[in-house]
Design a protein around this ligand. Structure first.
Ligand code: F6P
Length: 545
């Protein structure tokens, strides 16, 4: 059983949503709250230490019902079963999609081609634990018998963004090891990082699922040369480990087979931080915290798998995103964490969401005639308030925004936390209410301004409001709550991909650029330009001369 192939626009629910949109599109959130004062109770979900308030969205009970009807009509329930059951739902790459199996308790089972994969997953987890315990305690030493002080994760895309985002998010929980991330093939970044490192106490973790990615292989080669020049080639085996599903390529590169942490083709790169790709996370915060991260993700998986759509967090969030994307024609969504620790979350989600759902061919192989993947962007609050919030408040575009905040801070500085959270609550209220003409008039009158000045300023001070937001309020930033939060987004990606009738787990769109870069690099190396358009040709000539 694979995924259903239903065109969402052909469903009854889609048509009903189109009609319903005409009826609700001009309603103001303020009026919706006035009509049903208990809206916050009706449109919220309390789950573990999460409270999701989606009442400040431009919906009513009919919208919710129709969105859920749509999810049912496209057979989301069946799709969830296929996904968790290990069916080949990544049809274009002929693979199951089982990052959820990486966080399953070891006594459970999930089969791929008739074989339970959980024992293999558990064996790799044991290997991660043993290795990390030894590096952290100093038992495992470098070539000159010194304990490791620095870890360098070399990888890109999912082999960088996930581990980097989690490591930064969990900085509070980290140990003495300094973890560095090198992803870009930009040599300046590589050399800048190497400059501050002592090869005798540095451990390189080369992460590449395919072990064929140009950036990662170049960076790993440069790191190895730098290391050999200062220590020796015999010492490489003590300072380089790899995470990959391509064992022959890793061995060819010169990393000992005992230093390889495997992963499987049913783990997509952008969903791989839960596998050995998360080795740097586990080195940074210890295996126990890594395990708690997996546990949190598993709890969210179970919530998603077993909860009715009406109360299902990823389903509700995914369907809301579809509501704005396909009916309000909103082009983008902002994700605003009110925690500096989560500053890499939007970048991480850009890959997760945009590489997954940025597709324009449906599961029948036909071009879609409706919008799919949304553009994701964001930065932490309150910084973003002083950067791009102006556009969300008073610009011409509708930008649904998700606010993520924590009830408790980690250092428990009440003064700072209260100020941070006051901003968090104020922004969603301001975006919803805006400022009416009467309110602006009153404000202007209260200031000692001439009448002419008041008239001049009047139009600029009005905020229409009615800007939708969703609030995710979590008790505290812990490895477990972070795991649940990331899984929440992963499952939301799945929901949207199923409804849009696209394949979320391939990424053919990044191939063309890679192929052309290889060809152009050849031309640069040989100074022999082949046929190009006049723009590319002139640019290349300027580079070469
Ligand atoms: O950008 C395409 C991509 O394949 C991503 O999906 C992936 O996360 C990244 O490249 C890195 O791939 P690898 O882990 O195989 O080096």
């Amino acid at each position: 059983m694979t995924l259903p192939t239903i065109n969402p626009t052909s469903t009854k629910a889609w048509k009903a949503l189109q009609d319903h949109y005409e009826h609700i599109k001009d309603k103001h959130l303020k009026d919706l709250f006035a009509q049903s004062p208990d809206r916050a109770d009706s449109f919220s979900i309390e789950w573990n230490d999460f409270y999701i308030d989606y009442s400040k969205n431009r919906i009513d009970q009919t919208t919710k019902k129709l969105l859920i009807d749509l999810a049912k009509e496209v057979q989301l329930d069946k799709a969830i079963q296929s996904y968790f059951g290990g069916e080949i739902i990544n049809e274009t790459e002929d693979r199951a999609v089982l990052h959820t199996a990486l966080r399953l308790p070891s006594n459970q089972s999930v089969k791929v081609a008739g074989k339970n994969i959980v024992p293999e997953v558990t064996a790799v987890k044991d290997k991660i634990k043993t290795f990390c315990d030894k590096v952290i305690s100093g038992e495992l030493k470098g070539h000159t018998n010194k304990p490791f002080t620095d870890i360098v994760n070399i990888g890109i895309g999912g082999s960088d963004l996930g581990p980097a985002m989690i490591t930064e998010s969990l900085e509070y929980y980290k140990n003495h090891l300094k973890v560095h991330f090198i992803s870009n093939v930009d040599g300046d970044h590589m050399h800048q990082n190497l400059k501050g490192l002592n090869p005798e106490t540095t451990l390189f973790v080369v992460v590449s699922k395919t072990f064929s990615t140009q950036e990662t292989l170049s960076n790993a080669t440069t790191a190895r040369t730098w290391f050999i020049n200062q220590v020796s080639s015999e010492a490489v085996s003590k300072h380089f480990v790899a995470v990959s599903s391509n064992i022959p390529n890793v061995t060819k590169f010169g990393i000992d087979s005992s230093n390889i942490f495997p992963l499987w083709d049913w783990v997509g790169g952008r969903f791989s931080l839960w596998s050995a790709v998360g080795l740097s996370i586990s080195l940074s915060v210890g295996y126990k915290n890594f395990e708690a991260l997996l546990e949190g993700a598993h709890e969210m998986d179970e919530h998603f798998r077993t909860t009715s759509f009406e109360e299902n967090i990823p389903v509700i969030l995914g369907m809301l995103s579809i509501w704005y994307n396909n009916f309000f024609e909103a082009e983008s969504e902002a994700i605003i964490p009110y925690s500096q620790y989560l500053h890499r979350l939007p970048a991480y989600l850009q890959q997760g969401i945009m590489e997954s759902n940025g597709k324009s061919v449906d599961r029948n192989g036909k071009p879609v005639d409706y919008q799919t993947g949304t553009i994701i962007w964001g930065e932490p609050g309150t910084n973003s308030q002083h950067a791009f919030f102006q556009l969300i408040h008073q610009g011409t575009k509708l930008i649904p925004a998700e606010f993520i905040g924590f009830k408790h801070s980690l250092f428990e500085d009440k003064d700072h936390q209260d100020k941070l959270m006051a901003n968090f609550f104020a922004q969603t209220e301001a975006l919803m209410n805006g400022k009416t003409e009467d309110e602006v008039l009153e404000e202007l009158k209260s200031k000692n301004l001439s009448e002419d000045k008041q008239k001049q300023l009047f139009p600029f001070k009005i905020f229409t409001g009615n800007k939708p937001t969703t609030t995710v309020l979590i008790n505290k930033l812990t490895p477990k709550s972070l795991g649940a939060l990331v899984s929440m987004y992963e499952q939301r990606i799945f929901v949207q991909g199923v409804v849009w009738n696209i394949f979320s787990y391939d990424q053919w769109g990044v191939e063309l650029g890679k192929q052309l870069a290889t060809r152009i690099l050849d031309e640069i190396n040989t100074s022999q330009l082949s046929a190009h358009d006049s723009s590319t040709k002139t640019l290349l000539k300027k580079y070469l001369n």
